[in-house]
Design a protein around this ligand. Structure first.
Ligand SMILES: NC(=O)c1ccc[n+]([C@@H]2O[C@H](COP(=O)([O-])OP(=O)(O)OC[C@H]3O[C@@H](n4cnc5c(N)ncnc54)[C@H](OP(=O)(O)O)[C@@H]3O)[C@@H](O)[C@H]2O)c1
Length: 438
């Protein structure tokens, strides 16, 4: 299979070209070196990093990186007949996309952690890998060090997955944890996350749900075998969550989490979305604190499963990349591959048609008859109220409702009619509630 025998007399050598030596690439190269003997003992294969592409050769690198391997010629790596396998850790769409295509075309298996690229062009890349008969593995793209792609693709391949709910963004989970546990405002919790390096200077991709949306698209594609791209995912972020919402959640036995949800309805259509939700304290996802991630999978036969751990960070992500790398090296040695292959066209169910229980926070004038008027609006749209709490605010009152399951369209229509009422001053957060009926 083109592998060479080690000069040191060990097993066959698999020559690895790594594109990128940043947060993930550098610890990956260190891990390959520190774990090399153990990997060889277990698999019989010797992984050898032959060349490493970077943008700036002069940049300072960790001591464990052999700088003589660095090159700015990523194409040279992809086209080098002496390189057996390519790891793409550059990130972004271009030039990562073209380099992955070239590698696959040259018959080289590829391992990547590039969620942005897979959430945009996954179907095209999976097809190219299938056409070339080589692996394209991407465990690290969804939840860093947490194994979720392989379990969905292999262990659960015969399972009818009904829903996957994930806390797949550590930044937002950290912010919500600080708001819940330390009583911090959103702005203070975000500033703290930025100081700790959990949040970027521009946090939009995290706090508005785009990062989680890319991961949700990949999860949905693999769980349901249909092509879902980032643009198919409905996003709501956490920047509108207030201390009032957090306090209410606490008092009522919930915690607010940003969830990436991929759900298959009984008619076969799927709905993929990212939004903050009230999660009951007894639900396993409620215990996922700080910057940890978890993915909760529900299947018709298997029931509920949860995968928990570090969803980002150089070392955990490098661990997932290394697992894929060993798998790809073994497959290559055996002459097999495990690509996703052709994905079906997804039938996407509009959010309007999806049912959920809801939390609504409505500020009204505190005068007789208003409550009945507001309740009447819910009734007009057949949105049934499960519980209601009233809190005085001087001349106003805050009404907090939890509804039974209702269609998204009915809740939107209720909100529109409530806004039109003269007695309604303001509608605050509207959040979905994860409960037994959901
Ligand atoms: N960081 C995480 O926790 C994490 C978690 C899961 C998935 N991922 C994914 O893993 C990938 C890598 O992330 P990262 O955090 O390691 O990124 P990073 O720290 O920004 O590293 C990117 C590396 O790629 C190199 N590079 C950029 N453009 C290049 C080009 N045109 N040619 C050659 N080299 C180029 C950079 O070179 P220089 O060093 O010279 O600048 C750098 O070494 C991304 O797709 C990311 O989404 C990351």
């Amino acid at each position: 299979m083109g592998s060479v025998t080690s000069e040191l007399g060990g097993g066959p050598v698999v020559r690895v070209g790594v594109l990128g030596c940043g947060n993930v690439g550098a610890p990956l190269i260190e891990l390959i070196s520190s774990q090399g003997a153990a990997i060889e003992a277990r698999t019989g294969l010797r992984l050898e990093v032959t060349r490493v592409a970077v943008r700036d050769i002069a940049k300072h690198r960790p001591a464990a990186i052999d700088t003589s391997l660095l090159t700015t010629d990523a194409d040279g790596i992809v086209n080098d007949p002496d390189i057996d396998l390519v790891v793409e850790l550059i990130g972004g769409i271009d030039p990562a996309r073209a380099r992955i295509h070239s590698s696959l075309k040259a018959g080289k298996p590829v391992v990547t952690g590039n969620k942005e690229l897979l959430a945009k062009c996954g179907a095209e890349l999976f097809q190219a890998a299938e056409g070339a008969g080589v692996d394209l593995l991407f465990e690290a793209a969804v939840a860093g060090g947490i194994p979720i792609i392989r379990p969905l693709r292999e262990s659960l391949v015969g399972e009818r997955i009904t829903r996957v709910m994930g806390i797949v963004n550590g930044t937002t989970n950290y912010i919500l944890t600080r708001m819940t546990e330390a009583g911090a405002s959103y702005a203070d919790a975000l500033a703290e996350a930025q100081e700790l390096g959990y949040a970027e200077a521009d946090p939009t991709a995290d706090v508005e749900g785009y990062d989680a949306g890319a991961k949700a698209a990949i999860i949905a594609s693999i769980a349901f075998g249909a092509s879902v791209v980032a643009d198919d995912v409905h996003h709501e972020g956490i920047s509108g969550i207030t201390e009032v919402d957090i306090d209410f959640a606490k008092r009522m036995g919930f915690v607010i989490k940003l969830l990436a949800v991929a759900e298959q309805t009984d008619v076969g259509a799927i709905c993929v979305r990212v939004h903050p939700a009230m999660v009951p304290l007894e639900h396993p996802l409620a215990a996922v604190r700080e910057s940890f991630n978890a993915v909760f999978v529900e299947g018709a036969a298997v029931g509920a499963l949860m995968f928990y751990g570090r969803g980002a960070g150089g070392s955990p992500t490098a661990s997932a990349i290394l697992g894929d790398l060993i798998d790809a090296a073994l497959n290559r040695h055996k002459g097999s591959h495990a690509s996703v292959g052709q994905l079906a066209t997804a039938v996407l169910r509009p959010l309007d048609e999806v049912e959920s229980a809801y939390y609504l926070n409505v500020e009204v004038l505190d005068r007789p008859g208003v409550l009945a008027q507001v309740a009447g609006v819910f009734g007009n749209h057949a949105v049934s109220i499960r519980s209601m709490e009233q809190e005085g605010l001087g001349d106003e009152a805050r009404l907090i409702f939890i509804t039974h399951r209702a269609r998204g369209a009915a809740v939107q229509a209720t909100l529109a009619d409530l806004r039109a009422l003269e007695a309604v001053d303001r509608i605050g957060s509207v959040l979905r509630v994860v409960n037994d009926e959901a």
